[in-house]
Design a binder for this molecule. Structure first.
Ligand code: SF4
Length: 293
């Protein structure tokens, strides 16, 4: 729970605040766009939420991996808690959900749920929450947990046990905390998991990083790519490249020709654009990555 005694001085006066426990994962800044911002490697409330923004700010309270967002007034958090899994698009039933409940162990990475007839898929893992397990079960449970890489796995073992799911991870990202994964794969080329799901190896951020492409529309990018919601562009985290930046560039170039309209990254907001605009954004990202090499 956030403490008003640890309230950061950067917060504007008022009800909502961020305290000094913030690890600067950035989640609140895109879950409640406009309410939070970042400064001095921590987030703060830049503008007190009003009207419908309050519900989004309360979702940020629930999503925050460190419990660093607090309020002076009492709010009912239940609707925010029950809003996860949350559809990624309010206008279209995509069957894709943001799971919320970000974990400190994944540095606040986002995880997702794909609901589909061929068996539901969890992409990466949130912080364990019993209520979330129950709501996932109401949506049909999970057959497969696709772990994009070794970092964003959070409470994967508890979710796998609670949901009876089979986890998939690239063998090169096998570490002590991923030892219990059921299915270790070692692919070097895009490989179909089934007719709707394509696993794409993207070594760079880590040796065993993979993206998951669903229905040729939704690219679950792990920490390989991220989306700049203001400039509508794709980018990568050079200062968080743990394996090989040149390899990461090559992996990004290999995404050319893979049609997608959505990018769902581990860190930061998801993005949507036409397939053509996404290809242009990919070219822009590759040019920027080469310059940064
Ligand atoms: S979600 Fe929490 S830890 Fe992450 S930036 Fe916001 S306040 Fe900080």
């Amino acid at each position: 729970m956030a403490s008003k005694h640890k309230r950061l001085p950067t917060n504007v006066p008022g009800d909502f605040f961020v305290d000094s426990g913030c690890i600067d994962c950035g989640t609140c800044r895109w879950v409640a766009l406009g309410t939070f911002d970042g400064k001095n490697e921590q987030s703060y409330v830049r503008e007190q939420p009003q009207g419908e923004q309050i519900a989004a700010a309360l979702r940020a309270v629930v999503a925050c991996p460190t419990g660093s967002i607090g309020t002076l007034e009492k709010h009912d958090l239940q609707p925010a808690i029950e809003s996860f899994p949350m559809p990624i698009d309010a206008r279209e039933d995509t069957g894709v959900y943001h799971l919320g409940f970000h974990s400190r162990d994944s540095f606040g990475a986002a995880s997702y749920l794909i609901v589909r007839e061929g068996g539901n898929v969890m992409v990466d893992s949130p912080r364990f929450n019993k209520g979330l397990v129950e709501r996932i079960q109401q949506l049909g449970g999970v057959t497969t947990m696709f772990l994009t890489h070794r970092d964003d796995v959070a409470d994967h073992d508890r979710y796998a046990a609670a949901l009876g799911a089979t986890r998939i991870l690239h063998k090169r990202d096998l570490r002590p905390h991923t030892r219990s994964v059921e299915q270790l794969i070692e692919i070097t080329e895009p490989t179909a998991l089934d007719s709707e799901l394509l696993m794409i190896p993207v070594p760079g951020h880590t040796q065993g990083s993979m993206c998951l492409l669903y229905k040729g529309r939704f690219l679950f990018a792990g920490d390989h790519l991220a989306w700049d919601v203001f400039r509508k562009r794709l980018f990568s985290f050079k200062n968080a490249c743990w394996y090989d930046w040149d390899q990461q560039i090559t992996s990004t170039e290999a995404l050319r020709g893979h049609r997608f309209e959505w990018v769902l990254p581990g860190h930061g907001p998801r993005g949507q654009a036409s397939a053509e605009a996404m290809q242009q954004a990919l070219e822009g990202c590759i040019a920027w990555m080469r310059k940064a090499a």
